[in-house]
Design a protein around this ligand. Structure first.
Ligand SMILES: NC(=O)c1ccc[n+]([C@@H]2O[C@H](COP(=O)([O-])OP(=O)(O)OC[C@H]3O[C@@H](n4cnc5c(N)ncnc54)[C@H](OP(=O)(O)O)[C@@H]3O)[C@@H](O)[C@H]2O)c1
Length: 320
């Protein structure tokens, strides 16, 4: 495969870190733009990656760092903002996407891989998060002269995720009963290595240009099932009680004001639509996506749980 110079925005995050490792292993030269290069020292060891302190919201900085690149990957996104005005979401999702398009046009970089989200919809998204994700996705695909592929994953899991890791932390803190907002909401969690595989493949495959790919894992679970699974993996006994809509909304109203915003009103609105795919995993990427059962215990479980799952995987391979 031809080595490429790739600018990555959001390359220091959960998905970005995994993607940087994968693309560096393929020999690509990476420019990882970040507000804080110290945050991910582990990425410094990648021989072809450069962590660059940059304000990605400054159009001149974007142009400077994109000069001479072959492709841009924009992974920047936020799940919550301060207050509930929608302005943070607009700035980070929509205005940044506009600036990326402008900088690419100015520098003549044409290939863009854009991170959206499942159910992103500029008009009908139930939350600021999903509407602004939809607006950004539409605008990058409408940009004249760019070759764009966007990805719309359900919740993503893997080492360093915030989904299972956060529930594991909350479960450990809970006294015995775990009241869960929107426990009936459905997800099809997709493995981060499968997501980064799609990015790596798309970079090399022009058939993906102009396409928007929904990405889901192999099985659908309710949120309650996922939290119960997390409790089993970390070995704690908790009774998970799924709250109805009124209590869920109330919980969102309260937790919105807790430091770190573990759950917000906008998150509550996002959960009004199930994060599940209508189509199977896109054939073009040539993989069968992995499920949570084989992976999550590897990074969340204790040593005994990891050993049990490794044995389970060994036997499964043997039988296959
Ligand atoms: N994780 C999931 O389950 C999931 C599911 C669907 C879609 N997505 C989308 O996938 C993308 C990556 O998700 P992730 O879980 O890897 O996120 P993450 O770990 O929170 O990383 C977000 C990245 O965005 C950058 N960033 C955040 N706020 C910013 C701001 N105000 N200005 C500039 N940069 C900012 C951060 O860069 P620095 O702090 O280094 O500057 C960081 O590298 C996001 O667009 C997210 O919406 C994620």
């Amino acid at each position: 495969m031809k080595t490429k110079d790739i600018v990555i925005l959001g390359g220091t995050g959960f998905v970005g870190g995994h993607l940087a490792h994968r693309l560096a292993a393929e020999g690509h030269r990476l420019r990882l733009l970040t507000r804080d290069p110290e945050r991910r020292r582990d990425l410094r060891v990648l021989p072809t990656a450069e962590l660059i302190a940059a304000d990605v919201h400054d159009p001149r900085e974007l142009v400077r760092h994109m000069e001479g690149a072959d492709a841009v990957i924009n992974l920047v996104g936020i799940l919550n903002e301060r207050g509930d005005s929608g302005t943070g979401f607009r700035r980070v999702h929509v205005e940044l996407a506009e600036k990326v398009v402008r900088a690419m046009t100015e520098t003549g970089v044409r290939r863009l891989l854009h991170m959206s989200a499942l159910n992103a919809d500029a008009q009908h998204g139930p939350s600021h998060y999903l509407r602004t994700k939809g607006q950004a996705e539409d605008l990058v695909h409408a940009a004249a002269g760019l070759k764009v592929t966007s990805f719309r994953p359900s919740v993503i899991f893997g080492p360093g995720d915030s989904f299972f890791t956060r529930f594991a932390r909350l479960l450990r803190l809970a006294p015995g009963i775990f009241p869960l907002a929107m426990g009936r909401a459905r997800f099809a969690p997709v493995y981060v290595e499968d997501v980064v595989h799609c990015y790596a493949t798309a970079l090399a495959d022009p058939h993906t240009i102009g396409r928007r790919y929904d990405l889901c894992g192999p099985r659908v679970y309710t949120l309650k099932e996922l939290v119960e699974f997390t409790a089993r993996v970390i070995g704690v006994r908790r009774k998970v009680i799924s709250l109805g809509p009124v209590l869920s909304a109330l919980q969102a109203n309260v937790l919105e004001y807790v430091p770190g915003k573990p759950f917000s009103r906008d998150n509550y609105r996002s959960l009004q639509v199930d994060a599940v795919c209508r189509e199977p995993f896109p054939d073009i990427f040539g993989i069968t996506p992995q499920g949570i059962e084989a992976v999550v215990p590897q990074y969340l479980g204790g040593r005994r749980m990891r050993a049990r799952y490794q044995e389970f995987r060994r036997l499964a391979r043997h039988e296959a």
